[in-house]
Design a protein around this ligand. Sequence first.
Ligand code: AMP
Length: 424
Amino acid sequence: MPEFQTSPGMRDVLAPESTRWRRFVQVFADVVEAAGYEQIIPPLLEDIGVFSRVGEATDVVSKEMYDFVDKGERHVALRPEQTASVCRAFVQHRPTLPWKAWYTGPNFRYEKPQRGRYRQFDQVGIEVLGVTDPGLDVEIIALGWRFFAALGLRQVTLRINSLGEPADRQRFTDALRDHFTTHLDELSPESRVTLERNPLRVLDSKRPEDAPVISAAPRIDDFYSDTAATHFEAVRSGLTSLGIPFVRDEKLVRGLDYYRFTTFEYAGGTLDSAQNALGGGGRYDGLVEDLGGPSTPGIGFALGLDRTLLACDDEGVFGAPARRLDAFVVDTTGGEQAIVVTDTLRRAGLSADRAYEGRSMKSQMKAADRSGAEVAIIIGPDELASESVVLRDLRGGADQVTVSRHDLVDRVRTIASTRSKDHS
Ligand code: AMP
């Protein structure tokens, strides 16, 4: 065992998985940038207040935060999520509204590591500030849906709910509190604790003993104001117009008091149920205000990269890409030619690698085979003398031809473009 290894819940991501991660983010960027979202790169570390203001009542903030006092005596935390950072950035820079931002990158939560749950994990997400139009809710939910489709996922379930306006939500919460308090003896000990902190969260309980009390609980539908009912109807009708299937889930509540109107979650069809939430989001108010800005409505989602890739594995889609190179240079004349030829190819926009240390022809050819290159470019003393190279096909058979150095780039480019068409 080496002396140093990654900490629990933290990983090194090596190729080809790292390439897959980068492509994942690229697919996401393509989907959301085509809808007018621009990337924000917030810092990994913020004043702890940015997160504690927002999520005091959540485990993520109260129990799982990586926080410490830095050398300047500032109490800071590694971000557990990025919505709060986006809102803090909005207050700090005041971009024009509506502000449509997307982000990616790692978050940190001190959780018990297991499959699909890590202490450092990546998310992609979007947030829009300054718009109350339910058409935006539809756009956002649809972008998540289109992203999963772009990855090739087919078994995603979309669940949606509305928590109503703040006053609706408050009356609903009070009614839930009354109901659960009346049936306290029938609730699990865990739900009794949850009840004290947030009666809405009791609806989240998956414990069988809580099920009868939960199913007899008041229904949010009976608490909607006209505005809330109209907003929710517009969201449902928009999704229907887009042909995006959804399930109404009255129990879908978000932990924070800030959430209102629409909430939604995407679940992977094939993952086991505890870890099947690929991501989710909703509409919130009050976050920007709490961070010192003007009252500004917001809505967004965050999707977990790990769980989404696990769902891709389960469905056999969006696999790790095979290593690909256009050319691998084998030089048995000392290495100077390899330096020049790889540089020439790379400057021409082609990908090229080479062997080092003046190894034997046999060993360099082995390296060429392992490299994933389309062709080997072989330079021995004869080729050096005649300013030519031997091009050997590494994919379709062992065909080889001698070409002049002058024609090399064009020849490799032709092979590379034919092959990349074959791959696509
Ligand atoms: P949340 O920010 O808690 O709403 O989480 C959104 C999504 O991020 C979840 O549905 C997961 O896909 C992912 N996620 C949250 N926590 C973790 C974690 N500890 N490890 C891996 N993925 C996570």
